[in-house]
Design a protein around this ligand. Structure first.
Ligand code: FEO
Length: 401
């Protein structure tokens, strides 16, 4: 618990007491190329309250930040807005040190925490829209199931107009800056978009419903304090607008070409398709799987209207790295995509047919049965690829208007 780490005051009675994880690059399959933060917040009310904790190895860093404000044993309440281990990993140790009067979570949160830890402390369930008196202040809770887990909820501190939003409006970004207006806009949009694509995209309908219901709650919001990345104090309207766009998933005149290649043939096909798309007025991003991570591909696909996937046939099947990205994309449930498949083959040539099945299962609107090239694409095969790109561009333009 003893350490040099300091809390950061974010409002009159609230402090950031989280941890910065500069080195993490793999967050359950998501490449966190700029690291992350695990944000926890200390509310200095009559009942001193800690909102969320941090990933287990950072427990002492968090407790040290708390100790820079108040002796940790003086914490009365702990609120768990989200039970995933990046926010509750440190909970058992914090309970041991603090011996809080009460620990609270949503009804589903209680179940999730009890499945993860063998705690002596009972967790008190909070209902949707329940309020909790902290003496001179009040916290109220809104359940946001599946944003990001079934247990997720947000907490609102009316007296300081702060919405503690757990994963929502967060991003994986390790910085010493704690507020949105201290960070370049391009980085905020890139990392918030990557976070949305990889964490929240499958739940876009719920995001739209939440955003649509926000005005009716009549919350006065000065700060939005998520569990990852910067606190929104100046540009919350900006991320609200981005979320509205990402949740709607309207097609754009952008295409992503994703492929693996063995002996350069499928690579040549990808480049010819790209030319066809460009001629058709569609912006193209080519993402070879040798050098593109699935989490960056997910972000590009979320921002695109078309996806074209290429694989050579290997042992009667799709190339393994292509299978990986298809499995990942399927789970993220992208919507409103146009697309096509392509690939080279030597003798059996199953890959393109399998890709078509896979793209259909993701809900991609296929413009054709795709293009196959035997061994090395000749001029005729490459011209077929250009035409495939043009056909996708045409379909996309019809949809985009
Ligand atoms: Fe940051 Fe769903 O945990």
């Amino acid at each position: 618990m003893i350490g040099p780490f300091k809390a950061v005051k974010i409002s009159e009675h609230v402090y950031w007491v989280g941890a910065i994880d500069w080195g993490i690059r793999n967050f359950h399959g998501y490449e966190t190329s700029r690291g992350t933060t695990y944000n926890a917040y200390l509310v200095m009310a009559d009942k001193v309250t800690l909102i969320d904790t941090v990933k287990a190895p950072f427990a002492d860093e968090m407790l040290s930040r708390v100790a820079s404000v108040i002796e940790p044993s003086r914490i009365d309440y702990i609120i768990s807005n989200h039970a995933e281990m990046d926010h509750t990993g440190a909970l058992p140790r914090v309970i041991d040190v603090v011996h809080p009067e009460k620990v609270f979570a949503s009804v589903m949160g209680v179940k999730a925490i009890e499945r993860h830890f063998d705690l002596d402390t009972e967790i008190t369930p909070l209902k949707n829209e329940e309020s909790l008196s902290l003496g001179n202040m009040n916290l109220s809770f809104i359940h946001t199931p599946m944003l990001h887990w079934p247990d997720s909820m947000v907490s609102y501190l009316a007296e300081e107009e702060i919405l503690f939003s757990q994963d929502a409006f967060g991003m994986h970004l390790a910085t010493t800056e704690r507020f949105d207006d201290e960070i370049e806009r391009e980085i905020l949009e890139e990392e918030a978009g990557k976070y949305y694509a990889n964490i929240l995209l499958p739940f876009s309908q719920l995001v739209s419903r939440l955003l649509g219901g926000l005005p009716a709650l009549n919350l006065r919001i000065k700060l939005v304090a998520p569990d990852h990345g910067p606190i929104w104090r100046s540009c919350f309207d900006r991320i609200l607008k981005w979320y509205t766009t990402w949740a709607a998933q309207k097609p754009t005149k952008k295409a992503v070409i994703i492929y693996a290649t063995m002996w350069n043939s499928t690579n040549l096909m990808a480049r010819a398709i790209s030319d066809g798309l460009t001629e058709g007025g569609v912006a193209v991003k080519i993402m070879p799987l040798d050098s593109s991570h699935r989490s960056d591909i997910a972000t590009a696909v979320m921002n695109a209207g078309a996806v074209l996937i290429g694989s050579p046939t290997i042992n009667n099947n799709i190339f393994p790295s292509v299978m990986d990205v298809l499995t990942y994309l399927k789970g993220l449930k992208p919507k409103n995509l146009t697309g096509a498949a392509f690939g080279s083959f030597g003798w059996s040539g199953e890959a393109v047919g399998l890709l078509n099945e896979s793209l259909k299962s993701i809900g991609v609107d296929l413009v054709s049965d795709g293009v196959k090239a035997n061994y090395v694409p000749d001029l005729a095969a490459l011209e077929e690829c250009v035409l495939l790109g043009k056909a996708v561009a045409e379909r996309l333009k019809e949809k985009c208007g």
